[in-house]
Ligand binder design. Structure first.
Ligand code: ARG
Length: 274
């Protein structure tokens, strides 16, 4: 039996997809000709928000802005550790203005906010494991975040950053390839990473839940875990089974509309690490 030592109430930030459409394509999942049902997207997003609240977590809401259809992917706006915030600097101009909305949110919380000089997409490419090797940041590069941002994040946050190169364009952010399951362990799909990055992950996380290509492409790894409950896309039934055998409790949610923008559960949720 697993003992859930890491089970604490978490704080998250989400932004409703009231203005969600696919009007530009900046990743292979986005098709500007495929119709999007914005109303259904809002309903599914609300289901995710309610699930997190029902699990006992706090969800803050960032007001969506007209003209920023990808703002629903709130994970990309910043990355915080111990109340210190490393701001995002988006790769594509279509999303650039989202960073300022996130900045205002953190400033109202009174958290120390660092404006980034290097291109990085927040929690899309950064994650933190407080109990792994004394507190470790994992960071992706290859498609969005520049590797120079990894060094900048280490300077700002004072935690070691492990750089991992992503190699599959369908898996363009770290949070589609890898997520923490608790404070010390992860689930990941090795095929999304360079050979060297795979070696690094195998060395650091010998007990990881190793996922399949299907798990990744059904956005199963784009999950939010509180150390026990793992909220993940309902399409990812294979990964849900693996998580259950590893002692976690999968909590499936339907997010089909948001997959049309190239994201799922984790993309919609920024963790506020105070
Ligand atoms: N359409 C968005 C983009 O391409 C999706 C972002 C997904 N977010 C994430 N954290 N993976 O930027």
């Amino acid at each position: 039996m697993r003992i859930y030592l890491d089970l604490v109430t978490r704080s998250y930030l989400m932004s409703p997809p009231e203005h969600f459409v696919v009007e530009y394509a900046i990743n292979p999942w986005m098709d500007t000709n495929a119709p999007v049902d914005t109303e259904l997207a809002v309903k599914q997003w609300e289901g995710l928000r309610e699930t997190l609240v029902r699990l006992g977590h706090t969800v803050h809401v960032l007001l969506p802005e007209i003209g920023l259809p990808d703002m629903v992917y709130a994970a990309n706006g910043a990355f915080s550790v111990d109340g210190v915030v490393y701001g995002a600097k988006f790769k594509y101009p279509q999303r650039a203005a989202e960073a300022a909305a996130h900045r205002r949110f953190y400033e109202t919380l009174g958290w120390r906010y660092h404006l980034a000089s290097e291109t990085n997409e927040g929690e899309g490419d950064f994650t933190y494991l407080p109990a792994a090797h004394g507190g470790l940041i994992l960071a992706g590069h290859g498609f969005r975040t520049e590797v120079t941002a990894h060094a900048e994040a280490q300077e700002v946050l004072g935690r070691p950053v492990i750089s991992l190169r992503l190699t599959d364009p369908r898996i363009y952010h770290l949070d589609v390839a890898l997520q923490p399951l608790d404070d010390a362990n992860i689930a990941y799909y090795p095929g999304a990473f360079s050979e060297s990055a795979q070696k690094v992950l195998a060395q650091l996380f010998p007990d990881a839940v190793v996922a399949t290509e299907e798990d990744a492409l059904t956005f199963g790894l784009n999950l939010v875990s509180d150390g026990r409950n793992v909220v993940l896309n309902s399409e990812a039934t294979g990964l849900a089974a693996s998580l259950r055998s590893a002692g976690y409790v999968p909590v499936p949610v339907e997010l089909s509309e948001l997959k049309k923008g190239g994201g799922s559960v984790k993309c919609c949720v920024a963790e506020l690490r105070g």
